[in-house]
Design a binder for this molecule. Structure first.
Ligand code: SF4
Ligand code: SF4
Length: 157
């Protein structure tokens, strides 16, 4: 089992069920991320319909083995456009956030799934449930943008 890079220790059990997103501490907010890796995949947006398609073409900093950003603390030096999701701007990102993303689920008033590390107690449950991108990606430096269309996938849910 790999160590969970997100420190979820000592958080009040079930805090996400009764704490509004904009009242969470930074640690509580960060602990909501399940590590699925789907937000680190490139997406294609249809200009006419606004529909967003997920691809398996990963950001250049994504590590397919760990399913994590390889340079998270200093990622903006390499990928300035990487988004830091925050409670005040989550609404403008809802249209592209993955269906199972914990931030999206809670913003929509839904529950976290049992495989979420906050409930299961282990980050491995995300991979075991088949909802992560681990082992499924191709790095963006191997696929030209014109070919991303060939790598569109259904979101693993
Ligand atoms: S999609 Fe959401 S839950 Fe999954 S890695 Fe990204 S921020 Fe975390
Ligand atoms: S910079 Fe890191 S966190 Fe941002 S999209 Fe790329 S892999 Fe994900």
């Amino acid at each position: 089992m790999k160590r969970d890079p997100i420190d979820r220790s000592g958080l009040r059990p079930g805090y996400w069920e009764d704490t509004p997103l904009d009242r969470m501490t930074t640690r509580e907010w960060e602990a909501l991320c399940d590590g699925c890796g789907k937000c680190c995949m490139n997406k294609l947006e249809d200009e006419e319909t606004g529909e967003v398609a997920l691809t398996r073409v990963a950001c250049r900093l994504f590590d397919d083995d760990t399913c994590r950003c390889s340079q998270y603390p200093i990622r903006h030096q390499f990928v300035p456009e990487c988004i830091s999701l925050r409670p005040h701007d989550i609404d403008k990102h809802m249209y592209w956030l993955p269906q199972t993303c914990a931030y999206r689920l809670l913003r929509e008033g839904r529950k976290l799934y049992d495989w979420h590390p906050l409930i299961s107690g282990t980050p491995d449950s995300v991979h075991r449930a088949g909802v992560s991108m681990r082992g499924m990606t191709v790095p963006e430096f191997e696929v030209g943008e014109d070919d991303w269309e060939d790598h569109i996938i259904e979101e693993p849910t």
